[in-house]
Design a protein around this ligand. Structure first.
Ligand code: PMV
Length: 352
């Protein structure tokens, strides 16, 4: 039998609290603005990826949730780019496996492409497990820069806890820097804020109709609100959010999180033609959070929505029971609404 290598790894999703939306360099996935996220526990939402390397494989192949994705072997695709960058590093490290190809099977424990950051955990897991299979020396910051080229938000899933991906205004010194230099950094680890918990409310498991890749570039081209947001709103919010996290100031954290989610979806509406990611149930939950906070007499919960209708609620741990009661009450038959999804509970957690 000829030589080969196999590994299996898992990676968590991360949910942005200051949203990345828009590329200033499409080729290299460099963002129009910085972003900050919280990495979720892998207990409920995770990607599991198995890699098999062999000199006998004539090309890279990848199966996602059991279905082959032909982009893995199609030059110039985001998937092919991740494989190529990993092999480039392997060559630079003088690695004997550098010319081998990979067969990859990847599986998500949650709905794929439904606005739940499946591309974040997916590309983070791909970069990380390929690196392990090739036996690379590179650290998570370099792998974060590679995962970024698959999906921008993926660069943040290489780290647990509270994670920033800066805009990186300065020009890269070389193409090499542009490939690996823009990567995420951990602001605080997963143990930093034990008083906070996270609910993921599945409103719809359907695939989104507008992918984030195409949606964000239509926004960049057509939305004056996005231009203003990237230049004048996000830089100050990044700083305020860093401070809120460092001080574990839930009031500030929650308000910034909700404001930023609202503004991101406003830029989607300001896109021409408009993009609608939220649905009636998403909007019911937004109103419920505001009503809940009023009833509690303090900000106890904050919602955020990615490119889809599913709600992620950051909440003070002491308010979890009351929040679940409030959600259950919203869906009593008397209210005419029917619950059609699951709720997952998570800590801010876990590295790859
Ligand atoms: O990483 P992408 O290209 O799937 O874009 C993610 C965009 C949002 O999830 C809406 C925001 C974010 O920062 O994760």
């Amino acid at each position: 039998m000829s030589e080969s290598a196999s590994v299996t790894c898992t990676a968590p999703v991360n949910i942005a609290i200051i949203k990345y939306w828009g590329k200033r360099d499409v080729e290299r996935n460099l963002p129009t603005n910085g972003s900050i996220s919280v990495t979720l526990s892998q207990k409920a939402l995770r990607t599991t990826t198995s890699v098999h390397l062999s000199p006998e494989h004539p090309a890279d192949r990848l199966w996602l949730n059991g279905k082959e994705d032909a982009n893995a072997s199609r030059a110039g695709t985001r998937l092919a780019k991740v494989f190529d960058l990993i092999r480039r590093l392997a060559r630079q490290e003088g690695n004997p496996r550098a010319e081998w190809h990979a067969h990859v099977a990847s599986h998500n424990s949650f709905p794929t492409a439904a606005g739940l950051a499946s591309s974040a955990s997916g590309f983070a897991c791909l970069a990380f497990s390929l690196a392990k299979a090739y036996g690379l020396q590179a650290g998570n910051d370099v792998l974060s820069g590679i995962a970024r080229q698959g999906s921008g938000s993926a660069c943040r899933s290489l780290f647990g806890g509270y994670v920033a991906w800066e805009h990186g205004y300065e020009e890269a010194a070389s193409p090499e820097d542009e490939d690996f230099g823009s990567h995420a950094v951990q602001l605080a680890d997963e143990g930093h804020w034990p008083e906070m918990a996270i609910f993921v409310h599945i409103v719809s498991a359907e695939k989104k109709t507008v992918s984030s890749t195409s949606g964000m570039q239509t926004t960049v081209r057509t939305s004056p609100l996005h231009t203003y947001r990237a230049a004048h709103v996000v830089p100050a919010r990044m700083e305020a959010m860093r401070q809120a996290i460092a001080a574990r100031d839930f009031d500030a954290f929650a308000k910034l999180t909700m404001e930023d989610s609202n503004q991101f979806h406003a830029t989607c509406l300001d896109t021409y033609p408009p993009i609608f990611y939220l649905n009636d149930t998403s909007r019911d939950l937004i109103q419920l959070v505001h009503r809940f906070n009023e009833q509690q007499g303090a900000i106890m919960a904050a919602y955020t929505y990615d490119a889809g209708p599913n709600a992620v609620v950051y909440i003070k741990r002491e308010a979890c029971r009351a929040w679940l009661d409030a959600v259950a009450a919203l869906y009593r038959p008397a209210n005419g609404l029917r619950a059609n999804g699951d709720a997952w509970f998570s800590d801010a957690h876990d590295e790859v």
